[in-house]
Design a protein around this ligand. Structure first.
Ligand code: FAD
Length: 487
């Protein structure tokens, strides 16, 4: 949609990912006769669909990439402007875009997401996976690869090493166990055998529809602007197959190690390492690890988290930044600049959180923050008061790892509890893994892997903080129907 070079909107939201789209939708529906602008660098926006409230705090939904026209058709007062922000003048309440637009706002919400924290910049052999384009580049490179090195221990690395077939994977994790971000060594032990088993046949359908961009957007090179982050099903519909015919998984894990140095083929041959390393082969790139080993490979995947996308907004303004470089927001999602809010991966929760909640840069939190930020902006305009939403009371996340359903609740990894915690574990190999975190007899967190059907009961026990001391280990006795027990 064409806009005048200068335009004023009551509400402007930057970012077409889950946080930005949810925030803009919230505002557009609450103020149907007010102009709302959604400014985004990428040609497609992310839309939440099939939203399901699984329990009080657990939610599940799918995400689809859609053309922005879908949003404009749904909300006649919502204008999607495809242009990347290059500068923000917080005092003047204006944004400047790379296309020379100047946009004035009364209230602004920054939802510009994050970008992969790469091991090294500008190395053609180091890839990060963030959006659909980078996932497709990965797939293309993988199809010709015989060995890759994957660095990182978060959700992306976990999914990737499980899904890749026909290619040897050297998985470099800095921790003692895999999946440290999401669970403990016990759960890792439970999941590890899945790497050596055949994967179930996958449905041929693709949940994430990819739209082809035609016309000016494609030719102006706008597709190179950062797209939205992918979510849990990012590998669905794309074949993650390497160049080798074998389908047996070829994953080896290098624990407690990091990449010390990366060598090109040429540099490697000239280095003393070439004579020290056994079985060097001939590879385009080599990764020297801190554990002393060196691996040649076709390319390296850097899956070591994200850095909040704050640059275009910082110059000349005085945002408080958190230690992780996110825009610090208070319990109304407000940054330290007047009339500027932030939500999703770009922000860091700066309020004193509930003892059962922590921020993690996840899809669900991007949606919750975007929605809540929209409500706070509305409340501010209407001079209404608003309480921190209930979704920030208890951390809850539902996902799939290694084809198992995974539910994480509260302080699922004993975060911040130190020695002041007791763990109860029930594990049936290949079937389920249940871990409960207790402190002072009260349940503070849980990890549920497999079809345990315990999420609702445990969520209630965590929320009501009932003293569970009398039940002891019976809590996880598989012969007791715990749901009936606490009814
Ligand atoms: P984003 O989705 O990154 O959106 C940012 C938006 O801002 C984009 O539209 C971008 O174009 C726009 N933008 C950026 N800069 C500018 C600018 N200067 N001007 C204008 N617009 C700009 N989460 C889970 O919960 N479960 C998972 O299993 C999971 N798996 C993941 C797998 C991968 C490969 C990745 C990369 C992420 C995964 N995540 C997962 C994380 C999840 O996708 C993100 O937390 C979430 O999508 C963040 O949403 P967001 O709206 O904050 O940011």
């Amino acid at each position: 949609m064409a806009v005048n070079p200068e335009k004023t909107f009551k509400f402007v939201v930057v970012g077409g990912g889950i946080a930005g789209v949810t925030c803009a939708e919230q505002l557009a529906s609450q103020f149907p006769s007010t102009d709302v602008a959604l400014l985004t660098a990428a040609p497609l926006i992310k839309a939440v669909c099939n939203f399901k409230q699984v329990s009080k705090t657990l939610e599940e939904f799918d995400v689809e990439e859609r053309p922005s026209s879908v949003l404009e058709e749904k909300y006649p007062n919502l204008r999607v402007i495809q242009s990347a922000v290059k500068a923000l003048h917080a005092q003047q309440h204006t944004l400047q875009t790379v296309d020379g637009l100047e946009i004035h706002y009364e209230k602004l919400c920054i939802c510009s997401g994050g970008r992969p924290k790469l091991l090294t910049q500008d190395n053609p052999y180091v890839l990060g996976i963030r959006d659909t384009d980078s996932a497709q580049e990965f797939q293309k490179r993988l199809s010709k690869a015989k060995r890759i090195v994957v660095v990182g221990n978060g959700g992306i690395a976990l999914e990737l090493v499980y899904e890749v077939e026909g290619c040897e994977v050297i998985w470099v994790v800095k921790d003692k166990a895999i999946g440290n971000t999401f669970f403990d060594a016990g759960a890792a032990q439970f999941l590890i055998p899945s790497l050596d088993t055949d994967k179930p046949e996958r449905a041929a359908t693709c949940k994430r529809a990819r739209y082809t961009i035609e016309g000016p957007a494609a030719t102006q090179g706008l597709a190179v602007e950062p797209g939205s982050a992918l979510g849990p099903d990012w590998h669905e519909g794309i074949s993650l197959r390497g160049a080798e015919e074998v389908s047996v998984p070829l994953v080896s894990v290098e624990y407690q190690s990091e990449v010390k140095q990366i060598y090109t083929h040429q540099d490697f041959l000239l280095s003393p390492l070439a004579s020290q390393t056994a079985d060097t082969g001939s590879w385009p790139v080599y990764a020297q690890l801190t554990n002393g080993k060196t691996f040649g490979c076709d390319f390296i995947v850097s899956a070591t988290g994200v850095v909040p996308n704050t640059e275009p907004f910082l110059h000349g303004n005085s945002f408080a930044l958190a230690e992780d470089s996110g825009l610090k927001v208070d319990d109304h999602m407000m940054t330290t600049e007047p009339d500027i809010y932030a939500a999703g991966d770009v922000c860091t929760a700066g309020w004193e959180p509930s003892h059962l909640w922590q921020q993690m840069r996840l899809w669900t939190q991007a949606r919750q923050m975007g929605w809540y930020a929209g409500r706070c902006m509305a409340a501010d305009v209407l001079s209404e008061t608003i309480e921190l939403d209930f979704c920030f009371e208890l951390f809850s996340h539902i996902t799939k790892f290694f084809n198992y359903k995974v539910v994480l609740l509260g302080k699922f990894n004993g975060q911040g509890l130190g020695l002041n915690q007791e763990l109860l574990v029930r594990c049936t190999k290949g079937h389920e893994y249940v871990k409960v975190v207790l402190s002072g007899g009260r349940m503070l967190g849980a990890v549920l892997i497999g079809e345990t059907d315990l999420e609702e009961t445990f969520e209630n026990l965590i929320l009501n903080q009932m003293d569970l001391t009398p039940y002891g280990e019976e809590l996880l006795n598989p012969n007791i129907d715990i749901e009936d027990y606490f009814d």
